[in-house]
Design a protein around this ligand. Sequence first.
Ligand code: GLC
Length: 657
Amino acid sequence: MYEQVSHSLLNQILDEIKPEIRKRNLLRFYTRLGANFYAIHSLFIHLYGDREDFLQQMVKLVEVLAMRYIERSEELEALDIERELNHNWFLDQKWVAMAFYAEGFAGDLKGVRNKCGYLSELGINMLHIMPMMKCPPGASDGGYAISDFRDIDERYGSIDDLHDLAENLRKRDMLLTLDVVVNHTSDQHDWAMRAKQGEKKFQDFYYCFPDRDVPDMFEETLPEVFPETSPGNFVWNEESQRWVMSVFNDYQWDLNYSNPTVFIEMIDIILFWANRGADVIRLDAVAFLWKKIGTTSQNEREAHLILQLMKDCCQVTAPGVVFIAEAIVTPTEIIKYFGEDAVIAKECEIAYNATLMALLWDSVATKNTKLLTQGIKNLPTKLNRATWLNYIRCHDDIGLGFDDRDIVASGYQPATHRKFLLDYFTGNYDNSIARGVPFGHNLKTGDARISGSLASLVGLESALKIGDQKMINDAIKMITLLHGMILSFGGIPLLYYGDEIGTLNDDSYLLDESKASDTRWIHRPRIDWERAELRYHNGSVENRIFTALQKLIAVRKTIHAFADFNNRELVEVDNDHLFVFIRNHPEHQREEVLVVANFDANPQHLNLLALRKRGQLSFMQLRDLVTGDSPAIFKDDLVVPPYSFYWLSDLHTSAAF
Ligand code: GLC
C-alpha cells in the first residue's frame, strides 16, 4: 500500500542509512521493502511511536534488514525467489517432520548429518533440531535458556557443522527448522550479565524493579508456568539489587519488547539463523511476548503486533523462511497466531495444533471421540496460507487445555474429567495401562500436566513388562492410529524422535541433578541405535511400528487431498467411538478421502447411507489407500476393527490418484 507519511519517512531513512548500504545495488531488497514498508512503519509506530528516538530506531531496523540481506547467500536468495513464486510450498502433503535433540538423537550435529539416511528411510523431510545455541552448563531448560544467540553450543558442534548439515539437507530436499527463543534469555547472557552489573541500557532489555511494588501488581494476575520448580514470576538478583521478571525458570529472564532495541536485536538474530540455512524458524513461547499489569500477560494484542512486525521484516530480507508459532494456549487464542484481522497468514504461517494433540489423548483414555469431535467442531477455521503442525508427542508435557464448554457439551464435568485424565495417564485409575508421570503440579490450583513417552502412555511399557501379546498388539495399533490421524488431519505432521521405534520412558534423568526435578526429561530419550536396528527384524516391536509409519508416510505423500487448503470436513456420526472426517482437494475434486478412526477396543460400525448423500464420493465401493484392500462392509455398515483407521477412497473415482 502506498501511503504518503510512510513513504516520505522511507525516503528520509534511505538518506540516513549507512553509506556502505546505500552504495549497493539492492534491487530486490528495496522492492520488498517498498511493498512491506507501510505495514512495518504502521506497526513500529504503534509499538514505539511515542519515543523521541523513533526515527533513529527505524533507521537502525532498516539497516539490520539490509545488512542481513547483503549477507544472504546466492543459494538462499534463489530459494527465496522460488518460494515467492510457489508461495504455498509448505502446504504440500509431501512434508513430514520430526523433532529431536541433536544430542539425544545422534550425539551432535555431525551425528545428525550421518543420520539423515535414517530419517529419509522413514520418510521424514523436515527436521526440527531442538535449541542448540550456547547455554550455561547445568540446568538450561533443555536449551531454552540461551547465553549466546549467535553461536552453537560446543557440546553439539559448531556453526560450520550446521552449515554442512544445512547444505546436505538442501541437496536432499529436506527442510531445516531451528528455534529462536524470542521471549527470554539465560541469566548468563551478556545482556543479563551487564544488567546485573547495573548498566541501565541492559536493565532496559528486561523487566527489572528495585522493590516489590510492580512485581506484586503483576503477580496478582500472572499464572505460574513451572509452579513446582519455579514458583512466582520474579527472581531477586542480589548483584543489581533488582527483582527481575522470570516467568519460566528463575534463570530465564523475560525480554522487554516495549524497548525497540530488543525487537531489533531479535529480528537480527532471526535473520542470522535464516542466513545459516534455516527454512523454518520456530518462535518459542510467543504467547508471552507482551507483559501488562492486570492481565495474565499471555496472548496480548501487542504480542501479535510484534509477531506481525517480525514477519513483515523477515519477508523483506528472507521471504523463503516461514515461522512456527509455539503458543500452547486455548483453541480460540492459538488460531490468532496465524495473524489477526488478516486473510492470509500474516504472523506465523505454522502453529502447533495443541488442541488436536490434547483431544487425541482424551480419546485414548476414554476410548470414545465425544470430546475429540466436539473440540474439532469448534476449532476455528484458520486463515489461508496457514497450516497446523499436528503432533502427538513433543519434548514438552501434555497440557489438558480443552475448552471447558466442549468438555461440558461432551457430557463431562471439567474438573472431574481433567482429574480422570491425569489419573488415567499416570497409571492411577483402575486398570490403567498408561505409565506417564505428572508434570507441573500446582498445589494452589490443583492443575497438573502429563509427561511420558508415546509408547509408555499407550500401554506398551506395561504390556512388554508382563509379556502380554494382545496388549502389545493393541499398543502398536494405537501408536499407528494416532499417527494415522496427524498424517491425514491437514497440516504438517510432526513426529517425535524415538516414537518410530516405540521408545519407552527413560528414568535416567533422575540421576542428573540439573534435570531430576523436571519430569519432561522422562520422554527426551537418547536413541539406542542397536534397538533401532531391530526395525529390520521381522515381527519385532521396532519393526512393526517403524514399517507401519513408513508406509503411512509414503502413502500420505501420494494423496493430494492431504495437502492443507482448509479442505477438511468433519463428519458427525452417531457412533461415539469413531472420529470421521473427509479430506478433499479444491483442484482434484474427485480425490476425496474419507478418514474413519475407531478409538475403541471393540469393532465399531459406521452407517454409510448418510455419508453417500454428501460430497463427491458415492462410497459404493471403498478402498483403503494404505492397504489397497476393500474394507469389510455389512449391509450398509462399514466395519472398523478395534484401534484402527481407514483412509478410504471410492474405487470408481480413485483411478485419478
Ligand atoms: C517452550 C518450550 C519449553 C520451554 C519453554 C520456555 O514452551 O517448548 O520446552 O520450557 O518454552 O522456554
